[in-house]
Design a protein around this ligand. Sequence first.
Ligand code: WTA
Length: 575
Amino acid sequence: MNVSDILQPVIENPNMPPYEEARANFDWKDVEKAFTWHETGKVNMAYEAIDRHADTWRKNKVALYYSDQKRDEKYTFQEMKYLSNRFGNVLRNIGIEKGDRVFLFMPRSPEVYVSVMGILKVGAVVGPLFEAFMEQAVRDRLENSEAVAIVTTPALLPRVPYKDLPHLKHIILVGDEVPENDEHANFYNFEEEMANASEQLEIEWVEREDPMILHYTSGSTGKPKGVLHVHNAMIQHYQTAKWILDLKDEDIFWCTADPGWVTGTSYGIFGPWLNGATSVIRGGRFSPEDWYSTIEKYKVTIWYSAPTAFRRLMAAGDDIINNYDLSSLRHILSVGEPLNAEVVHWGKKVYGLNIHDNWWMTETGGILIANYPSMPLKPGSMGRPFPGIEVAILDENGNELPRGQMGSLCIKTDWPSMMRKIWKNEEKFKEYFAIPGWYISGDLASMDEDGYVWFGGRDDDVIMTSGERVGPFEIESKLVEHPAVAEAAVIGKPDEVRGEIIKAFVALKDGYTESDELNEDLRRHVKEGLAAHAVPREIEVKDSLPKTRSGKIMRRVLKAWELGLPTGDLSTMED
Ligand code: WTA
């Protein structure tokens, strides 16, 4: 890295003080003072996110702008308060109690956000699902969690095998076709129930350690794991959103993530609303035109998205950007996957802003490592630990590795939004804490002399070739720098001589076609830019790469295809 590569902060007066200062003075205890429960002792995430603002000057402030191909709506904090009160009453009327799991299985819509808050208000636990899940994926999650109710749509109902799920007694449908009750379940019409429910609700006050949300996440093997978070997580959601997203009252914030993914709840719902910010939610599918016009239409100021989206926007070319007025943007962030330095430099060129990468996991509940608006940014790095968070790079025995060396990325326990359990899987939960005092992320990373953390890959994605340990991300980033390459995924393929050889899968940009010359050029590019041992011996061009719904390239699936092995759980794979 050259010093000239470092990007200086461009945001004026960020909420967060300079990094060293913020770190030196930080205490999670101080953050608690932001919440009403600090005074009243009455805890509930939904109260802090919505009702609290509805009782202040923010009551007529827009909490949510929602639009898709058919709808275009907005809701103030006060409207959200009353709508979620109504939904809380709907749930109470049908007998939902504190601690019950209530799932959401529908496309993004205002009803999703109203439901989340209503579920929380009666002390129940939210279980978000991706609308694209097929029956097996839905079944696994509802079965494991013993969900008692689900909010879904008539179109998705065939994928809810309620007859085989003895706990699932209540099905609330957003849409007109509501079946008759049968011996397995009662059916309700969302609109009708809402219309009949009272706008006044006694919130169920809970303990900070009471369950709040259950996010299922897939590992490389086995069934999806139910990661449980508690109301206490709000401390982290609030403070990270304030300092990393840099939310201010005049901001219009757009988190592009679906609530089926933890980013779409921690920072698509809780973080912004705890800060009293206005959120934009856009339904429907991704297209560069649609996204740029969304920014233009709402004058979005802060935009939180993912590398896969930025790479697709980059591949769509720079010209299209001239057709939109994106001048409202002042802050851009990315999460979910490694953000290639190339993308950061491109972002600087076309948006005039730094794209701030940050790192966390479903299990961590909130951001733990980030590039902050108040700190110089090193493109390709995930940034530095959040104040109050201690990160270390450990070897297999739990010893700290020297700066610059790649090892296991671990976090000193604990922090406010850490998961509290893996639902009905104590053994799995314990694996994360096998090194006493540390949370083991399962990612590989290194830390440089300045304390910036660099991503290496998932532990299980590491390649051993001719005795060298190679992380796929470096090679992928090098490949993406090549003008022909839109996306790249690199795996290790067993080889008798070398242990593993490096195989690269690439998707090409429009206008480029597969050829031996191109492959040679890609190899030369990696060799000259990185190292001879990092050169992919095999390169395969694909139309697209398999990804999760949150945009992560599924290297394990490519590897399984390559080796003719079972692919494991595919429920989170994009269509
Ligand atoms: C990966 C996402 C590189 C990582 C909020 C992690 C990243 C997993 C980054 C968690 C990043 C997330 N750079 N890799 N900035 N952010 N990851 O549970 O492997 O969907 O362990 O949560 O995504 O993914 P999850």
